[in-house]
Write a protein that binds this ligand. Sequence first.
Ligand code: PLP
Length: 459
Amino acid sequence: MKTIFEPFRIKSVEPIYVTTYPERVELLERAHFNPFLLKARDVIIDLLTDSGTGAMSSHQWAGIMMGDESYAGSESFYRFQSAVYNITGMPHIIPVHQGRAAENILFTLTGGTGKYVLSNTLFDTTRANIEYSGAEGIDLLCAEGKQMNSEAPFKGNIDIEKLRNFISEKGAAAIAMVIITITNNSGGGQPVSMANLKKVKSICNAHQIPFFIDACRFAENSYFIKLREPGYGEKTVLEIAQETFSIADGCTMSAKKDAFANIGGFLAMRDEKLAEQSRNLLIINEGFPTYGGLAGRDLEAIAIGLEEIVKEDYLQYRIRSIAYLGEKLDAENIPYLKPTGGHALYLDAKGFLPHISAEHYPGQALACALYLTGGIRSVEIGSVMFGKYDQQGKLIPHSNELVRLAFPRRMYTQSHMDYLAEVIVEVFKNREQIKGLEITYETQYLRHFTAKFRPIEKN
Ligand SMILES: *Cc1c(COP(=O)(O)O)cnc(C)c1O
């Protein structure tokens, strides 16, 4: 059969509150033109993030009831540990309440002033934790990864030449670590090939630089490797994931992504001394090493989620449903980052709204238009999220102005995708009327979460 259907049945439903256009005009103004500040009940299709928003399986819900809430040595911890070990093979597994807590521990211990952390592309919380430690985060994405329309299979790869040059220029001692984000969330959800990971590892080995993986979407990355990388077609996703982790010295993970959990994460590594130091920080900030800021029931949900996420019928439906949306946009020549990614589709706001300059945040303007037209919530990944100011206070724009439509796992069906495509096409037809925005309030770190905006009078 040709049709790829959602490989699950629906046992419990959550009604959607359907707002009207006039309501949304008022709601968006009250949210200061920042979709993060909207109430979730006022959103029709919520594509703000795929983080912690997925639908748990009946098996996971059953596991929740089995959670062992003992303070120390909980059964649930051992189930969690064994599920993580099965995939990563890492001897030291440290639960945390979410990915950024793992990042905070890791970079507090390995970062610091004068150090560099090299990556294909750092995610926003990763970069913030690196910078907060005093170190500098450096993105060395491959050239094809920066081309909006390139259909290259592994646009998440790090540029090996640039990596080598950076290390020889600054000296290996200044490099705290290389951390590769799979898939590359901020760069379009694009995968990283096994060949690229292996090259990075051999360079790191030669210079004794630790090599970590930001593993949030390891299953989607493994599935792309199976589909696209020669020699992997016959391997299972689990085998590919195991091989991926076998290359690394450690990893950070948000279980809110590829573990189907609503909360949780872990830090895992091979180095015993670093693990001991990490557990010391964990106890101060998160909790005892067998729960790390989580309830026993959360550890159960993660353990079961990790078994479900590597199932190939799920991954096929997941990747295919986003490609399906891409095909609908292709039919109208709507610009987006190609090819469609693992967890999201990234609209190209620069191409969509060429009449709005970077200073007036075309991505944010597009995210607002999607909400007004159809109640769709998305997130800007551009100069609001990553822009910086020079010494004169002038914006240094980000290289891309993207709007990410991130899909919660197992949550929406094909007809939601059809509605979404219709909304995007409608916004595209009326794009010339969309106005840019200016910031009226912002914070120093991660400003996109809380910034306030107002529309400019004239573009
Ligand atoms: C979500 C995410 C993180 C941070 O995880 P949280 O659970 O949100 O703290 C880090 N890296 C990447 C690539 C992510 O997608």
